[in-house]
Every structure is written in structure tokens, then in C-alpha cells.
Design a protein around this ligand. Structure first.
Ligand SMILES: *[C@@H]1O[C@H](CO)[C@@H](O)[C@H](O)[C@H]1NC(C)=O
Ligand SMILES: *[C@@H]1O[C@H](CO)[C@@H](O)[C@H](O)[C@H]1NC(C)=O
Length: 334
């Protein structure tokens, strides 16, 4: 018990130190990894969860995007609410994020649909973005002429996806993605959003692990650090799927940073995916091991199935009923 508590405190301290942005997906470091059985005080703070049915996802492709990469990410998003062979992306969503509800009794939605896309191939705010610029990127997309994205204050969430050449404040140093909400003063309404970067050329060892060799910051990282083959043949994009899954799960359960998180401070909340960073299967976490996942005929690793015959890796999430990290590829009974 004492050791587990100590591990948890170290984890919370490490995540808080790295997540300098509320809602940030920390860069991979083996010393964050936990055994998935520690004591966690996941608490509800009275705010809403993302419950709209459907919840409309609006994608902003920032920078120069390869159509093959876009189709992997689109298929992943379409898989959240479409049935696929078990264990499916939709099972992963239904068996953990859906279990979180807010004080009105509304559960996290099981119905997410890509409702619009906008290409910002002209880098409207440059190739180096600050965190606050994400809101201006969204503003530009919803006021674009022609073809603006709808401004959807009731059931919209916005995803800013940056191409491999785009630098973002704290990208690779502390975070691989983050989620937050827009300010009415910038965008006109308050809506949840997330940003995820493609780390292929900037820091695959930090943000595309386990599809690239980990770069441990300062000695003593240790751990398994196993490098796996990406299921869609692209470490940058398959790594983005992991970070996108992490951010979507956290955004859905803590969209205004006042719903579900552990720890005492809303400026560094430890959210449902932070607690399971680096865990992809049974036995994952401790010692830097990804855990038991499947391999396809070509040797690529995956743990969930999606639409169009796709396979993906998603990290496990903190399951409030089990009190543990969990994913549908677990051998533990459903
Ligand atoms: C909604 O949340 C409640 C409370 O956590 C849970 O018991 C229930 O199973 C959830 N419903 C669905 C459809 O997941
Ligand atoms: C991982 O899978 C192997 C082979 O199916 C099994 O023997 C082992 O117990 C599994 N590990 C865990 C931690 O469940």
C-alpha cells in the first residue's frame, strides 16, 4: 500500500510537472508508467461531460497533409461509434469513457461523427504556433470564406491537427497534444477543442512511442521501451491516433476542466488517460512494457479494430468501475 501510494505520488508529480498545460498529453517517459492498480482518487468536480448525441467533430487540417495520413485519422474517428470486430475502437469507447456521467445524469456520448473538415494548408497563423494560437486557428476556420466550418456551440468539438513541419509551444518538450475550450472573446462561443501534432520528424521518440525508440530525458529512464511496428505503416500518424484517443477521452470526460480528474489542482489535472500513459494491454505499464497486444501477419502491433478493416493502437484509460486502467483487449471478463 505504502509503495503504491508512493508510486502514485511520484506519478502525479511527474505528470503535473510535464503537463504545464491543463489537459496536455505528456510526452512519453518510462518513469510515468504505473502498474494500473494504484490508488487513484478520480473525482467529479460538478461540470458537464460531452454528452451531445451526436457530438459533431470538426477537423482542421493545419499545414500540408498527405491524403493517406488523413484517411487513417478519419477512419479512427469514424470507428469511435461504428461497430467493428471485437475488440473494436467503439468497444474501447463504450467500456470506459461512456461510464463517466455528470450531475444531470448525462453520460459521455457514444455517438461522435465527423461533421465538417477545413484545410488550413496556407498556415494561417504561421508554422510555429503558441498554445493560445489554437483558438485563432479555430476562429479562422469558422469565419473562413469560402467554406467556413460551422460554429456549433451546442454539440460541436473542434480538433486541430498539425502536419509534421508545424512547431507548437511545448510540443515535444512537455506535450504531444492538449485539450481545452475556446474563449467567447476569441471564437465567439465556448466550445471544447483539442490539438494533436504529428511528431514524425520532430520527436517520434517522445510522441510516437511505442512506434519509435524512446528518448528518455536525463538518465535513469530504463524500462522496456519496446519499439513496435505501426499498424497503418506510419509511426507519425499511428502515434497521432494514440494521442488523439488520449485527448478525446479526456476532453469527453473533462471538457471544461471542471468535471473528472484526479489531483488537487485544475491547472494540472490528472485525467483519465494520463493515469494509463503507456499501457496498451495486460501486463503493461510497469517497467516500460506496453502489455499484451496483437500482431498482424506483417508483424505490426495493434489492440483494437476499426472501420474499413483498419487496426489501431489506443492506450488504456482509467475505468471508474474497475478502479484500474482498462481496455477491451484485456483478458479480464467484460
Ligand atoms: C452511464 O454512467 C453510469 C454511471 O457511471 C454507468 O453506471 C452507466 O453504465 C453508464 N451508461 C452507459 C450507457 O455506459
Ligand atoms: C499475455 O499473454 C500471454 C499469452 O497469451 C499469457 O500467457 C500471459 O499471461 C499474458 N499476460 C498477462 C499479464 O495477462
Amino acid at each position: 500500500m505504502g509503495r503504491l501510494r508512493l508510486r502514485l505520488l511520484l506519478l502525479l508529480a511527474a505528470v503535473a510537472a510535464a503537463a504545464v498545460f491543463a489537459g496536455g498529453a505528456p510526452v512519453y517517459r518510462a518513469d510515468y508508467l504505473v502498474d494500473g492498480n494504484q490508488l487513484v482518487d478520480m473525482q467529479y468536480h460538478m461540470g458537464p461531460v460531452v454528452s451531445g448525441s451526436p457530438t459533431n467533430l470538426y477537423l482542421i487540417w493545419y499545414g500540408r497533409w498527405d491524403p493517406a495520413a488523413q484517411s487513417v485519422l478519419r477512419d479512427f474517428l469514424s470507428s469511435l461509434s461504428s461497430p467493428s470486430p471485437f475488440p473494436a475502437v467503439s468497444d474501447w469507447w463504450a467500456r470506459t469513457p461512456r461510464l463517466y456521467a455528470d450531475q444531470t445524469g448525462a453520460n459521455v456520448t457514444g455517438n461522435l461523427a465527423v461533421a465538417g473538415e477545413h484545410s488550413d494548408s496556407g498556415y494561417s497563423h504561421g508554422a510555429s504556433l503558441r498554445r493560445i494560437d489554437m483558438q485563432s486557428v479555430i476562429r479562422s476556420a469558422v469565419y473562413a470564406y469560402p467554406d467556413p466550418l460551422p460554429l456549433d456551440p451546442y454539440s460541436g468539438v473542434y480538433l486541430v491537427l498539425t502536419s509534421p513541419d508545424v512547431q507548437v509551444e511545448q510540443f515535444c518538450r512537455a506535450v504531444c497534444g492538449f485539450h481545452y475550450f475556446t474563449f467567447a472573446s476569441v471564437v465567439g462561443v465556448t466550445v471544447p477543442y483539442a490539438w494533436v501534432g504529428n511528431s514524425a520528424s520532430q520527436c517520434p521518440g517522445k510522441c510516437a512511442f511505442p512506434f519509435a525508440a524512446p528518448d528518455y530525458g536525463g538518465g535513469g529512464g530504463g524500462g522496456g521501451g519496446e519499439v513496435l511496428r505501426p499498424p497503418n505503416g506510419d509511426a507519425g500518424v499511428d502515434g497521432m491516433v494514440i494521442v488523439l484517443g488520449h485527448e478525446l477521452a479526456e476532453m469527453a470526460t473533462n471538457p471544461l476542466v471542471n468535471a473528472w480528474y484526479a489531483g488537487d489542482t485544475p491547472t494540472a489535472p490528472t485525467e483519465i488517460a494520463d493515469l494509463c500513459l503507456g499501457v496498451y494491454g495486460d501486463g503493461g505499464g510497469a517497467g516500460g512494457l506496453v502489455g499484451n497486444v496483437s500482431r498482424d501477419a506483417a508483424g505490426a502491433s495493434y489492440n483494437v479494430n476499426g472501420v474499413n478493416g483498419r487496426r489501431f493502437m489506443v492506450q488504456w484509460l482509467w475505468n471508474p468501475v474497475r478502479g484500474a486502467c482498462y481496455g477491451p483487449n484485456s483478458a479480464a471478463a467484460a
